[in-house]
Design a protein around this ligand. Structure first.
Ligand SMILES: Cc1ncc(COP(=O)(O)O)c(C=O)c1O
Length: 362
């Protein structure tokens, strides 16, 4: 996994495999976040990650972290929000609390792409660490660690193997990748570490992810599932190539239909198009996008009953499973499933309407 993600710099990175993508995210956040720290997150993230941040880490009786959101995809969008958040939480920061930048790119459900390199630079310049959930992109389409300048590389990359990498939809597994020194230090030792912005720090063994969390919490990936992940990874690039072709084709077909609004960064009229072109391998989209039938300037939303009938008729051509990244195409309504714990206002801020359908293309 480290080879795939970091390529020629694989010797600088280490990965720990977890029992699910959520266990990987929880493990990393538990490792990094302290009481009353601040998380600045990109607006569109998987509903489970949203819940973990808002319902667990932000709960006053747990870690009482502050969660702030960024609307936008660029380094400048994040730089601006970072400065606002730094001002808002000046007291906490003066007391040693830290900001962590949490990104999901390309995001679930719309597939929007963030300029991870520019966002990492903006965050590192200000001294804050960056985490990217790159599940939907896969290492091939979304090569966030393959940047020469360490300032442009996120500090941690997460994947849910459950999706494209394992590919079958029948196993849950996840991984966190980070620089060697932050992931494991032999017991009792400490190592010097140069942060991306040049700051020199010393990391003690018990502040590496392994000893602080992984070894203690028991969310390891078991051998049977590791076997399934390894098997899936042998074919994932072939699957992804075919799926991006299918994604481009389907997105264009839906876009030509007068009753359907399409949110897909591969379409030139998407406000995310340029980020997709710049940050994704060959400008290709991830195999995921959304459509809705909520009307637009010229027409009313489609009747709910008609939408329901349409949705129910998709099977068996399109599966109704809640996962993504399987070999078959699957559809779901995020407002009713993956993002159902978001409030109405959070759903609307995330661009998720009642008839928004997420299509994970097979
Ligand atoms: C982007 C993203 N990250 C993480 C997860 C969680 O992964 P897992 O199902 O392996 O816990 C999901 C699940 O849908 C996801 O879409």
């Amino acid at each position: 996994m480290v080879d795939l993600e970091a390529g020629e710099r694989a010797n600088q990175y280490l990965a720990w495999n977890f029992n699910s993508g959520m266990a990987a995210i929880d493990g990393l956040l538990s490792h990094l976040l302290g009481y009353e720290d601040i998380v600045l997150a990109s607006r569109n993230i998987y509903g489970g990650s949203y819940q973990l941040l808002e319902d667990w880490f932000a709960k006053p009786s747990n870690l009482n972290i502050a969660v702030e959101w960024v609307d936008g995809y660029s380094g400048d969008d994040f730089a601006k929000r970072l400065d606002e958040v730094t001002e808002k939480y000046a007291d906490r920061i003066a007391n040693g609390k830290r900001i962590y930048v949490y990104l999901e790119s390309p995001c679930n459900p719309h597939g929007y792409v963030l300029d991870v390199a520019a966002i990492s630079r903006a965050s590192h310049t200000r001294g804050w660490d960056v985490i990217v959930d790159s599940t939907v992109g896969t290492p091939m389409l979304h090569p966030v660690l393959k940047r020469d300048d360490v300032m442009e590389r996120p500090d941690y990359v997460i994947h849910s193997y459950t999706k494209e990498l394992a590919g079958s939809g029948t196993t849950t597994a996840g991984v966190v990748i980070g620089r060697n020194e932050t992931m494991f230090i032999p017991k009792g030792e400490s190592v010097p570490f140069t942060k991306p912005n040049g700051d020199e720090v010393t990391i003690e063994w018990n502040n590496s992810l392994f000893w602080n969390v992984y070894y203690i919490k028991g969310a390891f990936l078991d051998a049977d599932k590791a076997f399934e992940v390894l098997n899936g990874m042998k074919t994932y690039e072939m699957r992804v190539v075919q799926k991006t072709i299918n994604t481009l084709t389907l997105a264009k077909i839906f876009d030509a239909h007068p009753d359907i609004n399409v949110s897909c960064p591969a379409l030139p009229d998407s406000d995310n198009y340029l980020h997709c072109q710049k940050n994704m391998y060959l400008g290709l989209p991830a195999a995921l996008f959304t459509i809705d039938m909520e009307g637009n300037g010229n027409r009313a939303p489609i009747n709910r009953e008609v939408f329901k009938q349409f949705f129910d008729m998709l099977e068996p051509a399109i599966g109704m499973q809640v996962s993504l990244g399987q070999t078959n195409t699957v559809a779901l309504c995020p407002a009713l499933t993956t993002h159902s714990e978001l409030s109405d206002s959070a759903l609307s801020e995330a661009g998720i309407k009642p008839t928004t359908m997420r299509l994970s293309i097979g």
